[in-house]
Design a protein around this ligand. Structure first.
Ligand code: SF4
Ligand code: MSK
Length: 680
């Protein structure tokens, strides 16, 4: 065969290569839809991941393209020698592998922090509009939460009248909270106000290490400056800036997003719903909401429930309107309204493959451009809504959403979906799988369920940790990644943790994966937990895996850990608490920012899949070991899910030992006989 023919043959083989559905995902509903897509010759991310191999140099963090002389690829030599590395492995400008990896790493933090924080800014702007009464669509809903956050923004909730302190007008407080919040993005002086919401010891440590953020935007911009060619060329100094930006995200942009959303739309409290592709209904108008900001989706929920809109849907032959969500918008409307979860990040194309989605409306973040191509193979209308997130394909409809005419925009979108119901042109195939769930746990509801209202603290949770019924807390979060089997890492890590009495707080796509697996029900405790955690869950009536929201709601995990510190008995700082973090299937820059603010808040944090640091071993050691000496928390990487969870458990046990509570009970590893005894 001639060379040319060989090249063509290879290209054809590559084009025909598709994913093995069972190797691609543990979820039977997704397997069914991957097969369906392959039958219809529609490619999905699972097929593309098989066709395109990642570049090992980039994946290990040592490719630099920060200037036009590059890309410089600083491949890790087989005979790597740390002593000579800095002289022998360098870019054209001389940048070392440590510099390149650190620059890449903090640029990921900048990307993630920018995404969360810009989301937060958008919420703050809508909040301010609502406080100024410029819009009827949004109101201050949760005044209790408003009063709770006001002092943290230096806003007084009382005022002196005739020598007495009296309550201030709520509208006045809301306006000042909105103005103060907006200033956190770009104020010229001072420091991030919310940094003081961390335990006192943590705030003082940040102060001592010089990493308290000045404002949110500045820390992100400074990363872009420092990582420009020829600026900061010391990986430790680069990471110091990465730390400032990550704190500005977790304790700033993300936390403000969560708080202001709670005030505007209500603080979540536990409710029931369902999860997986089976929530779509053949005889209903299916409108899937995908993205991150609840500003739009809240309005869609309102409009879709209006009797005249439901009647309009019926006039088109549908039995009603079924809303459902993908990614974190899904988590937002689930936790406040019980709208079902249609799927995770990797199921966005699969939802359309069912043929039952009349419209998918998207806002920002985690939206595959290929959903437009898939939608084009069906009747599905794909609607973009955000001025910063549009798509080039012609079949995409853009309805720009604005808080000043929010309800009108939402109605346009819902009507578009309804009008499209009659245009279904291919066979509808909806997988039957869906799982019941209990979601909507915030810092407040965890306090209520585990602490009791009369105590008003996390005392009972702490007590259960001290007596060993609960061994510790795992914060398991983050995305799916098409480079690894969908949901397998998430589920194995979480099951191993709860089997060993570690209660799990979850957000993002991990929360959706756990929902699909049936782990978000109180009943699952009896099946999957160690005896201590099972007993607590049964007594209190909660699931062993608590869904605490979306990606920005990782701030709830930080505040829950802070409440644990405040309740007493488990040390003075988050780094003393038996807690560990995890993102088994991460993929986004946001995950790196989240991971880093967990670490510098004092949490040992393990990632799965890979980390773009392994090509620079000295830099990696800095993050994985030396950070613990400075912050009490550090990074780790473990691809095997069981080993991953066991590393978290070992860290939790280390903390228990340091607190002197390790003798309370021996480690329990449940086998089948234990489980049967528990069930008897
Ligand atoms: Fe290469 Fe230095 Fe330019 Fe990076 S900044 S691409 S290492 S020359
Ligand atoms: S949606 S950032 S894939 S968790 Fe927040 Fe899921 Fe990760 Fe997007």
């Amino acid at each position: 065969m001639s060379e040319e023919k060989k090249v063509v043959k290879k290209a054809v083989e590559k084009a025909e290569k598709v994913a093995d559905p069972v190797a691609a995902t543990i979820d039977p509903a997704s397997q069914q839809m991957i097969r369906r897509a392959q039958e219809l010759k529609i490619d999905t991310c699972f097929d593309r991941a098989v066709k395109m191999k990642p570049c090992n140099i980039g994946a290990t963090g040592i490719c630099c393209k920060n200037c036009g002389m590059g890309p410089c690829r600083l491949t890790l030599p087989k005979d790597y020698d740390e002593a000579t590395d800095i002289q022998t492995r360098k870019g054209i400008c001389g940048a070392s592998a440590n510099t390149v990896a650190a620059r890449n790493f903090i640029r990921m933090i900048a990307g993630g922090a920018a995404a969360h924080s810009d989301h937060g800014r958008c919420v703050a702007e809508v909040f301010l509009s609502a406080a100024r009464k410029e819009t009827d669509a949004y109101q201050i809903k949760d005044t209790r939460k408003l009063l709770e956050i006001a002092p943290a923004l230096d806003v007084a909730t009382t005022v002196e009248v005739d020598g007495k302190q009296v309550d201030r007008d709520i509208d006045e407080i809301a306006l000042e909270v909105g103005e103060k919040a907006i200033e956190e993005w770009g104020k010229p002086h001072g420091e991030l106000l919310y940094a003081k919401r961390a335990p006192k010891a943590r705030y003082e440590l940040w102060k001592k290490l010089g990493v308290v953020p000045r404002n949110i935007d500045r820390e992100i911009v400074e990363i872009m400056h420092r990582t420009h060619i020829g600026v900061d060329q010391d990986y430790k100094n680069l990471m110091k800036q990465g730390t400032r930006a990550a704190i500005a995200d977790g304790w700033g942009g993300s936390m403000l997003a969560t708080d202001l959303q709670d005030v505007l739309f209500g603080t979540p409290y536990p409710l029931t719903s369902e999860a997986n592709l089976g929530v779509l209904r053949e005889d209903h108008v299916n409108l899937v909401i995908h993205g991150h900001e609840p500003i739009l989706s809240e309005m869609i929920v309102v409009v879709a429930q209006r009797p005249e809109i439901v009647e309009y849907a019926k006039s088109k032959g549908a039995k009603g309107i079924q809303l459902s969500g993908i990614c974190c918008t899904a988590n937002e409307i689930l936790q406040r309204h019980g709208v079902p979860l249609c799927g995770t990040f990797l199921q966005q194309e699969l939802a359309i493959i069912t043929g039952a989605v009349d419209a998918m409306v998207v806002d920002i973040q985690c939206i595959f451009q290929n959903v437009a191509n898939v939608a084009n193979c069906f009747h599905t209308k794909l609607i973009t809504t955000h001025p910063i997130a549009r798509m080039e394909q012609d079949n995409v409809v853009h309805i720009e959403f604005d808080e000043h005419h929010a309800l009108e925009d939402a109605e346009k979108i819902v009507r578009l979906a309804i009008d499209n119901f009659q245009n279904r042109r291919s066979e509808v195939m909806i997988p039957k799988q869906k799982s019941p769930i209990v979601a909507g746990f915030g810092v407040e509801s965890v306090e209520y369920h585990l602490g009791g209202t009369f105590r008003g603290s996390y005392y009972t949770l702490n007590d259960n940790i001290i007596n060993g019924r609960i061994r510790g807390i795992g914060g398991v979060v983050g995305c799916n990644n098409a480079r690894t089997r969908h949901n397998e890492g998430h589920i194995q890590v979480v099951k191993e943790l709860i089997k060993n009495d570690v209660i799990v707080l979850t957000t993002g796509c991990n929360a959706i994966a756990c929902a699909m697996e049936g782990l978000l029900t109180p009943e699952s405790a009896k099946v999957y937990c160690g005896p201590g955690l099972a007993e607590v869950c049964e007594t209190v009536g909660i699931p062993p895996v608590l869904h605490v929201g979306s990606c920005v709601d990782n701030s709830r995990i930080l505040l829950a850990a802070t409440e644990v510190v405040k309740a007493g008995g488990l040390g003075n700082d988050i780094s003393d608490v038996p807690v560990a973090g995890s993102a088994p299937e991460w993929m986004s820059e946001k995950a790196i920012s989240i991971g880093h603010y967990f670490v510098v808040s004092g949490v040992y944090t393990v990632f799965g899949v890979n980390l773009p640091v392994t090509g620079a071993p000295k830099f990696q050691r800095y993050l994985f070991e030396e950070f613990e000496k400075m912050y009490g928390g550090m990074w780790d990487l473990e691809v095997d899910p069981i080993a991953h969870a066991q590393k978290m458990i070992a860290h939790i046990d280390k903390k228990r030992k340091a607190l002197g509570i390790d003798k309370a009970r021996e480690r329990v590893l449940m086998d089948m006989a234990d489980r049967q005894r528990l069930e008897a």
